[in-house]
Structure formats: structure tokens, C-alpha cells
Design a protein around this ligand. Structure first.
Ligand code: HEC
Ligand code: HEC
Length: 280
């Protein structure tokens, strides 16, 4: 993956990347006002980005795919859980949504979405726990626990290959705007925001990593990550990037993260869902 031949190149790109990041963080002003967000334009053309991406990753992802995704094991466990009775009402998910989740094929493509009862954004993870409590009389699953991720992964996989189709119309709109504001809000010891890396400097290096643009950030979760050695959620990745930039991470399914998930998923509208993902 990161062969020794690539080392000198990485060092050079790292220096270029970090220098540019420093320049930007000095020159850009702060604006927390929702209505005044100026979106960044990428500093690298789409073609050049593709070239750097290929150069950096080579055929690493194809090789990983050949060896198999360990996330598939969790997917099987998720399917079993879906058909397992739990809670005071004596039901399984399949009791209402059908054997092999027939009734939920395509459902994940519209999440996250606005929910009038929550008066906020309902993620798929939240929906599953709502069903457990309300419809099964079962305890909600702890976010990021094995069973919670397995069930979410299974429900998501019922939409594999189908295009993401998230709505920001009507009451969802203000929450989308808040998610976007969060993405552009400068935070933490380094005073970074998400967009500076994933929009403006996508294609540059941050330490030994090539920074990706946000186009494909929401289409492959839950994902198996080599660095974690296990499957995790998109929100776990939010927390990781916040820690890396010395910003205090927020709790799973906090209002901020649900809005952020809506913002990022909307950006991926039209891309097919592909779970479990596989990342370095
Ligand atoms: C007693 C019946 C019942 C059980 C059991 C049940 N659900 Fe549901 N589920 C519903 C109903 C009714 C809705 C739609 C209204 C709502 O949100 O409550 C729903 C909605 C959903 C949706 C959103 C569908 C969409 O198109 O927006 C998902 C996903 C879902 N359930 C997953 C699950 C999972 C996973 C389980 C098992 C942990 C489960 N449900 C258990 C009745 C049930
Ligand atoms: C200093 C630059 C930097 C900042 C700031 C930053 N990230 Fe990242 N992020 C990275 C790097 C490097 C990676 C790993 C390589 C890559 O981009 O996929 C990454 C990965 C990710 C991924 C996984 C992408 C994938 O395809 O699996 C997501 C999602 C993400 N970041 C979201 C965020 C969010 C949300 C914020 C703001 C809270 C943020 N990042 C802030 C550099 C940054």
C-alpha cells in the first residue's frame, strides 16, 4: 500500500499540503452565521484529484476486496438479529418488516430524514432504536455496540446498489443548513473546519494521508477500517477527524452529528449505497 518508493513523494506532498493549510487558516475569517457560508472551491481539478488518488492508493482497494471484507461477517450476524425475537412484545424485526427484510428494501436510501415527533433529523440508527423501544418493547441498543452496528449494517445492505435519495425539502431544510454550518465552522486547537480539508485541500496530504473530497463520504457506512480493526459508523469517523484536529468530539447521535450526517449524505445523493465499506 504505502511502498517505500512512494515515501519521498509523500514527504514533498505533505510539506506542500501543510504549508497551504497554514496559509489558509491565517487568511480566512470566521463566520458562524448560517446564512453567510461561503462554500470553498476545490484547489485541485477533478482530473488531478483522480490522478493523485490513484497514485496514492494504487490497486490497494482492489487487493483488499479480493481478500474479502471482514465486515461481511458482521452482516451475517445482523441478518440473524433481524430475525431474532426480543423485548416484551415477543416480536422480531422480521415480524413486521418481513422475512429477509422484504419490506425494508430501499428504505435506507431516504435516511437521514426529518421526523415530526423528534422535531429533528432521524438517522437510520435512531429509527432502529425507536422501533425496538416502541414496537418491540425492547431496550435500545448502545450506539457503536456490535449488535447496533450489525443491525444497521443489515438494514442498510437491503439498499445496496440503490441510489441515495435524501430530501432536504420543507422542514428538513434548516437542519441541512445547520449541518453545513457545522462543516464550515472553525473549531479546536488548530482552528480547522471540515471543509478546509475535504473541499478546499482534497487531493493534498495531511501527514501521511491523502485527503479525500467529500463526494463519497456517506455512501459506505458502516465500514470496516483497517486502522480500527473493526466495523464502525460514519459518526465514529466524525469523532476521529475531530480528535485529529484537536476538537472535542461530540456524542453519537447528538443533534449536531445528525444534522452533519444529513448534510454529508445529501452531498452523496445519486450514488449507490455500498455496505459494508472498506477503508484504511
Ligand atoms: C410491531 C411492528 C414493528 C417491529 C417489530 C419493528 N418495526 Fe420498524 N417500523 C414499524 C412501523 C409501523 C414503521 C413506520 C412508522 C414508524 O416509524 O414507527 C417502522 C419503520 C421502520 C423503518 C423505516 C422505514 C422507512 O421506509 O422509513 C426501519 C428502517 C425499521 N422500521 C427497522 C426496524 C428494525 C431494524 C426492527 C427490529 C429491531 C424493527 N423495525 C421492528 C413497525 C415495526
Ligand atoms: C486536517 C484535515 C482534516 C480535517 C480538518 C478533517 N478531516 Fe476528515 N479526514 C482527513 C483525512 C486525512 C482522512 C483520511 C483519508 C481520507 O480523506 O479519506 C479523513 C477522513 C474522513 C472521512 C472518511 C472518508 C471515507 O471515505 O471513508 C470522513 C467522513 C471525514 N473525514 C469527515 C470529516 C468531518 C465531518 C470533519 C469536520 C468535523 C473532518 N473530516 C475534518 C482529514 C481531515
Amino acid at each position: 500500500m504505502k511502498s517505500s518508493v512512494m515515501r519521498p513523494l509523500l514527504v514533498v506532498l505533505t510539506i506542500i499540503g501543510l504549508t497551504s493549510l497554514l496559509i489558509v487558516s491565517v487568511s480566512a475569517g470566521t463566520d458562524n452565521n448560517v446564512k453567510q457560508i461561503k462554500e470553498y472551491t476545490p484547489s485541485v481539478s477533478p482530473e488531478e484529484y483522480e490522478r493523485r488518488y490513484k497514485e496514492f492508493y494504487g490497486d490497494a482497494t482492489e487487493q483488499m476486496a479480493e481478500e474479502g471484507n471482514p465486515g461481511e461477517l458482521m452482516l451475517d450476524d445482523g441478518e440473524e438479529l433481524f430475525h431474532t425475537v426480543d423485548g416484551s412484545k415477543g416480536k422480531s424485526c422480521a415480524s413486521c418488516h418481513g422475512e429477509k427484510g422484504k419490506g425494508l428494501v430501499g428504505a435506507a436510501t431516504t435516511f437521514p430524514k426529518y421526523d415530526p415527533e423528534l422535531k429533528g433529523i432521524k438517522t437510520l440508527a435512531l429509527q432502529i432504536n425507536i422501533c425496538r423501544e416502541k414496537n418491540m418493547g425492547a431496550k435500545p441498543l448502545k450506539y457503536e455496540s456490535y449488535d447496533q452496528l450489525a443491525l444497521e449494517l443489515y438494514v442498510k445492505s437491503l439498499s445496496n446498489g440503490m441510489p441515495i435519495n435524501v430530501s432536504i425539502d420543507g422542514p428538513a431544510r434548516p437542519f441541512y443548513e445547520k449541518g453545513k454550518a457545522f462543516y464550515y465552522k472553525r473549531q479546536g486547537q488548530f482552528n480547522f473546519n471540515c471543509a478546509i480539508c475535504h473541499v478546499k485541500y482534497a487531493g493534498y496530504m495531511a501527514r501521511a494521508n491523502l485527503i479525500s473530497n467529500n463526494r463519497h463520504h456517506a455512501d459506505h457506512w458502516p465500514s470496516y477500517r483497517l486502522k480500527w480493526g473493526e466495523v464502525g459508523s460514519l459518526q465514529r469517523r466524525f469523532r476521529g477527524c475531530m480528535k485529529n484536529t484537536r476538537t472535542k468530539p461530540l456524542p453519537y447521535q447528538s443533534e449536531e452529528y445528525r444534522n452533519l450526517e444529513l448534510y454529508l449524505t445529501y452531498i452523496s445523493n445519486g450514488l449507490p449505497i455500498q455496505v459494508p465499506g472498506f477503508r484504511m
